[in-house]
Write a new protein. Structure first.
Length: 54
């Protein structure tokens, strides 16, 4: 469980890094993508550790 979580967080981090540095996109769109992904990861982590149940 912990190893899977760390691997997923690394993959998400690399994907965000690629989006922010390699894709030619407006800064506003990149900010929105970052916020959405970060909120999704936080909700996923809270559900994965049983703190939040939806």
């Amino acid at each position: 469980m912990l190893i899977e979580t760390i691997i997923i967080l690394i993959v998400v981090g690399v994907l965000l890094w690629l989006i922010n540095n390699k894709l030619p996109m407006d800064g506003t769109i990149k900010s929105i993508i970052n916020i959405v992904v970060i909120i999704a990861v936080i909700v996923w982590l809270l559900r994965a550790f049983g703190i939040l149940s939806l």
